[in-house]
Design a protein around this ligand. Structure first.
Ligand SMILES: [Mg+2]
Length: 230
């Protein structure tokens, strides 16, 4: 069976963890900022604190049925940073430093096979786009990556939509921007719930990017982007 179903007219990609990767890693960046503000934390400790704080915010979003906004995203990251870096001398400055850090293209790298994959999909006449649970900072990051220009005309950001992935309303906006029926859109992402389950619930086709083989029970999965072309 082809990776991209024959009836597909548009392919949308998640951003973070699919096309864009923090470099250095987020735990390393957090640990560096913590150290600047008097707190010694190993990246592994950052990671476990971060996951705990992140899950609390996920639960809050379940309770509001995935409603989001720029304000909500600032609130989310403020809480995650202050919880993760409890013990620093100036939590507000840490929050601002980290928020600003991840708005810079220099904080990110692009998947090495992205350009080749976009060109091949476009040569098949497919419309390309991006669907991200990020906020307005994504525009600043994208401005630094000509490799992602093929998607730039159709970027769907949850904070602007008002509903985040995995909410069905987010994917309905993706379909509208793609000018397609949901079942004509293929959504590619690395998050099982936000991307794969969210898109399939909205009647899209979905492929999970699963580089470490964490979800081998999922029928439609790839370990790298270029496998979309096989
Ligand atoms: Mg992702």
């Amino acid at each position: 069976m082809p990776r991209v179903p024959v009836h597909t007219r548009a392919v949308f990609f998640d951003a973070v963890g699919t096309l864009l990767f923090p470099e250095p890693s987020a735990p390393t960046v957090y640990a560096d900022v913590a150290q600047r503000y008097g707190l010694q934390l190993a990246p592994s400790d950052v990671r476990s604190r971060f996951i705990t704080a992140y899950r609390v915010e996920e639960a809050a979003d379940v309770a509001t049925q995935w409603v989001t906004s720029e304000e909500r995203e600032h609130e989310r990251w403020h809480r995650i940073v202050t919880q993760t870096l409890t013990g620093v001398s100036d939590p507000e400055a840490c929050y601002r430093d980290l928020f600003d850090h991840f708005a810079r293209p220099a904080a990110w790298r692009v998947a090495p096979d992205a350009t080749e994959v976009f060109a091949a999909l476009q040569s098949r006449g497919l419309v390309l786009g991006m669907g991200s649970n990020y906020d307005a900072r994504l525009w600043l990051v994208l401005a630094g990556f000509p490799e992602l220009a093929a998607l730039a005309d159709r970027v769907v950001i949850s904070a602007a939509v008002g509903v985040r992935k995995p909410g069905t309303g987010f994917f309905q906006t993706v379909a509208r921007i793609a000018n397609c029926e949901p079942n004509e859109v293929l959504f590619v992402g690395d998050d099982l719930n936000n991307d794969y389950v969210g898109a399939t619930t909205a009647r899209m086709h979905a492929i999970l990017l699963d580089p470490r083989g964490d979800h081998t029970h999922i029928p439609h999965r790839i370990t790298k982007l270029s496998e979309l072309l096989t």
